[in-house]
Design a protein around this ligand. Structure first.
Ligand SMILES: *Cc1c(COP(=O)(O)O)cnc(C)c1O
Length: 463
């Protein structure tokens, strides 16, 4: 399997290279050159298999021999053994034709664990085999950082540096990062906002001299392995609802579009999906594109669903590549225009997207109402991100006879502020982290300066 850039000017890579590389060097994102097929027979065969087994079979053609089959199988099994639910990603019925896919039973209580538990192990495997070490750098406004740390903490080959904005992440989110005391984990509290953190990470990738030749790895959702891992739960959930014999629909709380793009791939591979609903918070670039063909940046808003607070949806570029029939130069041109000023998609790709995708933008007020309303109707307490999904699923479902699966992207205990604002008492943390608030913390406060951060990384890394 070869991976090619959405902008068409970077070299094609194999699986190992694509996992170790972030952005393509032409500014694009890597996608598989061809998609493996999931046949009707596969869907029937998947019925009754464990989650790890389905995930292994879905991902195997993407790995394409880069890892021996039984070794890869073991990596997948270990990745999902860390989840605190036997079903890994259990499906819960909310109403006669509405289901919740709970993706938050991993170590950090958000769906990002599904991909990062696997990615950390893949990096460890490849680097060990190459006898190489690497530095991971990432910026986080909350969920990505802790999930990446949990994925990488056990690797002898990796040193991980996660930048978060000092005093601007919730206590639970901060402690999920700073109470990990492994010697290869470095939490940097940057005196600035999330954009400052991201700019420092970008600056470090752009000029890596400070690393003296050591490899720098990206674990954000531009990394192909994250998308691949997520595709598996769309397949598993569809199979659980009888996809061998009927269609299903999905609603996805979305920001960078990594999660829902994985669902789109599952459909391209052969899973019968009727409709995708994109749920956004007030940072609604995706909703504006689908509803108004308004592809433009707006100012960042702080919402009650902070893990969806973004200005640009980086993985939307991967969808555009398919919508534009893999015309990389058209995609490159569109994205260059978009960087400069508000723009619009061409008619044909837009129409294609609109037949499959619907969207809703959900305000903070609507998030709170939805948390209350869903609890009254289903007894489920939704986290604010999942609430955007529930709201959008109710509003945008075009096919009431097709089962709708809404993705629950975080556990409500992780986002206490919104839950309490909606009128509920604070939700207790799950047993595995009930003592989180009393664990020892370790982090380093640094000014929002590229030079200071790079100096710290150069000094602290272990090789
Ligand atoms: C990251 C995140 C999202 C957004 O996912 P994308 O892949 O960026 O679209 C939604 N909900 C939660 C809880 C998240 O952590």
């Amino acid at each position: 399997m070869r991976y090619i850039s959405t902008r068409g000017k970077a070299p094609a890579l194999d699986f190992e290279e694509v996992v170790l590389t972030g952005l393509a060097n032409d500014g694009g994102l890597y996608v598989p050159e061809e998609l493996p097929e999931i046949t009707h027979e596969d869907l029937i065969e998947f019925e009754g298999l464990s989650y790890a087994e389905i995930a292994y079979r879905v991902m195997l053609p993407f790995v394409d021999g880069a890892i021996e089959d039984d070794v890869f199988k073991q990596i997948v099994e270990e990745s999902y053994a860390t989840f605190h639910h036997d079903a890994v990603v259990p499906l819960k019925q909310l109403a006669s034709n509405h289901f919740l896919l709970e993706l938050f039973h991993g170590p950090t209580l958000a769906f990002k664990d599904v991909a990062l538990q696997l990615l950390g192990r893949l990096l460890d495997y490849f680097l060990t085999r190459r006898d190489e070490r690497a530095v991971v750098m990432g910026a986080t406004s909350g969920d990505t950082g802790s999930a990446a740390i949990e994925g990488c903490r056990h690797s002898e080959q990796l040193d991980i540096f996660i930048l978060h904005p000092y005093e601007r992440v919730s206590e639970v989110q901060r402690r999920q990062m700073t109470t990990v005391l492994d010697k290869n984990v470095f939490n940097l509290a940057v005196e600035g906002n999330f954009d400052d953190c991201q700019a420092i990470v970008k600056g470090s990738f752009a000029d890596q001299k400070f690393l003296d030749g050591a490899r720098l790895v990206a674990v954000n959702s531009i990394n192909w392995a994250r998308i691949m891992a997520q595709t598996a739960y769309y397949v598993a959930a569809a199979v659980a609802l009888g996809a061998a014999h009927r269609e299903v629909s999905f609603t996805v709380p979305s920001a960078n579009f990594g999660n829902i793009f994985a669902g789109f791939l599952a459909r391209e591979m052969g899973v019968p999906v009727k409709q995708f609903v994109i749920a956004t918070n007030a940072n609604d670039i995706l909703h504006r594109v689908i509803s108004n063909n308004d592809f433009s940046k707006r100012e960042l808003l702080a919402t009650l669903a902070p893990s969806m607070d973004i200005v640009v949806s980086s993985n939307f570029e991967r969808l555009l590549f398919f919508a534009y029939d893999r015309d990389a130069s058209a995609v490159a041109e569109l994205l260059e225009r978009f960087q400069q000023s508000p723009t619009a998609l061409a008619d044909a790709p837009l129409e294609k997207l609109r037949t499959l995708f619907s969207s809703a933008s959900v305000s903070d007020e609507e998030i709170l109402e939805t948390i209350r309303d869903a609890h009254e109707r289903t007894s489920e307490l939704l986290d604010p991100h999942t609430a955007t999904g529930y709201f959008a699923a109710e509003r945008c479902n075009r096919y009431p006879n097709v089962p709708m699966i809404t993705l629950a992207t975080a556990h409500p205990a992780k986002f206490a502020e919104a839950v309490v604002k909606a009128g509920f008492t604070q939700v207790p943390l799950p047993a595995a982290m009930s003592d989180l608030l009393s664990r020892e913390e370790r982090y380093t406060i640094l000014p929002a300066s590229l030079k200071d951060v790079q100096g710290f990384v150069a000094e602290s890394r272990r090789s």
